[in-house]
Write a protein that binds this ligand. Structure first.
Ligand code: NAP
Length: 441
């Protein structure tokens, strides 16, 4: 390392799960980092809410004046690890406008404000990196923006939320219901006190927006992503899924579609889906994440690892920090936002997928044909039907459950079919409607 190189000054905003690990690595690996960057990385300060001398770093390093820290002349790179959209957005914009490169792990912000922030970075000719915003430690942003820059990405599908994957894995392996599995996830620290962002799919939708934007060179925001959470998935769905050779996963799917008229479109969606046990995503269990990328020339690539946690997320942040610092030393910058394709976003109603529909029906002759007729009327082709008798706690027969698996149909046709089924006298209730992914029939 040349110690004569001008140091690169870093401000870390946030000293929580991720920020504290980033600070630790900057300090413990100072020599190696300097050798890789070509200049020493020097921590100028840490932005927090609570400045105190019991936080494991010299109190002089801490400040609650984020503006002052970001604006310091000796800060070249700002690492934002505070969380919510504000005050992170304001701090990042200020840093970019002052010509400082920014690294962030803030998916909520990147899913709504990428345009504004990318423009500010562009204007100031500085870097804006956010590898840690999607799937924690797993490198997926850089492979999409750099390794696959010469290929055409067709599909990105993944398990990008560890909390929901833990809950669904528990339900699958123990037979627990959603509430019990959520309580278990909370006790182990996998679910936050308010789990809404995870279990309702908002977190996964933010990540899907980021992935779709990068993969398809089109600006996609969280509002463009169709979203369903996992709160309605039942133990009975897992029993049916097993019988069909599947499990259930919350998937984030980003796809390039071509309409019958030859127009290219983008679909980004998040929902719980049946996945065949033979599919690579089916064996991703617990709090792990995985992303499968399909590109025209590369074919299928899979990225797997820890999608959250202080140290794993800090690893991704550090990768970005080293890149941004190297660019500073060498006087260049990394790839900028690419949104040239500007593809329209396809509404969910046009997306063809396979479906699993579970309903309770009267236990009498003719029910199956009445149910099948409703699918037929809307040209939703049935691939498989299972009928199970149900018994009450006394062991008496009390109706039947029919599970239908369809071939590919549009969301619009399926929704109409389900509405019509619900109106049939012989159908006592629709239990679940889930999609089946990972097959092409
Ligand atoms: P965290 O543990 O809650 O820490 C947040 C830190 O930011 C705290 O040190 C807090 O200060 C500081 N902070 C919050 N608001 C502030 C404000 N208004 N002014 C100054 N400081 C403020 O959060 P985290 O888990 O490290 O997550 C940080 C970011 O990484 C988030 O955007 C998150 O989405 C993202 N991320 C996290 C993970 C993960 O596994 N944790 C994974 C991927 C991405 P005090 O300490 O004084 O309260």
């Amino acid at each position: 390392m040349s110690t004569e190189e001008k140091p690169i000054g870093v401000a870390v905003l946030g000293f929580g799960n991720v920020g504290s690990q980033v600070v630790r690595i900057i300090e413990e690996s100072a020599q190696d980092l300097a050798a890789r960057i070509g200049a020493p990385l020097v921590l100028r300060g840490i932005g927090v809410r609570r400045v105190a001398d019991d936080r494991g770093v010299p109190v002089e390093m801490l400040t609650d004046d984020i503006d002052e820290l970001v604006g310091r002349d000796d800060v070249d790179i700002v690492v934002e690890l505070m969380g919510p959209v504000e005050p992170a957005r304001k701090a990042i914009l200020t840093a970019l406008e002052q010509g400082k490169s920014v690294v962030t792990a803030n998916k909520a912000l990147m899913a709504v404000s990428t345009g504004e922030l990318a423009q500010a970075a562009e204007h100031a000719h500085v870097d804006l990196y956010f590898e840690a915003a999607v799937a924690g430690a797993i490198p997926v942003i850089r492979p999409l923006t750099q390794s696959l820059a010469g290929d055409t990405v067709i599909r990105v599908a993944g398990i990008v939320n560890g909390t929901t994957n833990y809950i669904l894995s528990e339900m699958d392996s123990t037979g627990a219901d959603y509430t019990a599995a959520l309580a278990d996830a909370s006790a182990l620290g996998y679910a936050e006190a308010d789990p809404t962002a995870d279990v309702e799919g908002y977190d996964a939708a933010a990540k899907a927006a980021i992935l779709a934007s990068i993969a398809f060179h089109t600006r996609v925001t969280a509002d463009d992503v169709y979203r369903e959470g996992i709160t309605k998935v039942t133990p009975a769905d897992f029993v049916s899924a097993r019988a069909l050779g599947c499990t259930i996963k919350l998937l984030a799917i980003c796809e390039r579609l071509t309409t019958d008229e030859g127009q290219q479109r983008v679909s980004a969606r998040v929902y719980p889906a049946l996945v065949p046990l033979t599919h690579p995503l089916a064996s991703v269990n617990g709090a792990f994440n995985a992303v499968v990328v399909e590109a025209e020339a590369a074919g299928r690539l899979m990225f797997y690892g820890q999608g959250a946690g202080g140290a794993p997320t800090a690893s991704a942040v550090m990768g970005d920090l080293v890149m941004a610092a190297r660019n500073r030393v060498q006087g260049g910058r990394g790839p900028r936002e690419s949104k040239y394709a500007k593809l329209p976003i396809s509404p969910i109603g046009f997306i063809p997928t396979r479906y699993y529909v579970s309903m309770n029906v009267a236990d009498r002759p003719g029910v199956l044909s009445a149910v099948a007729a409703e699918f037929g009327k809307r040209e939703v082709s049935i691939a498989e039907v299972r009928q199970e008798g149900m018994v009450d706690p006394e062991g008496q027969r009390c109706g039947a459950r029919i599970v239908v698996v369809t071939h590919q149909a549009t969301d619009a046709a399926l929704s109409e079919t389900v509405e019509a089924l619900a109106d049939l006298d012989v159908v006592e209730g629709i239990n679940s409607v889930l999609r089946l992914e990972g097959t092409s029939e």
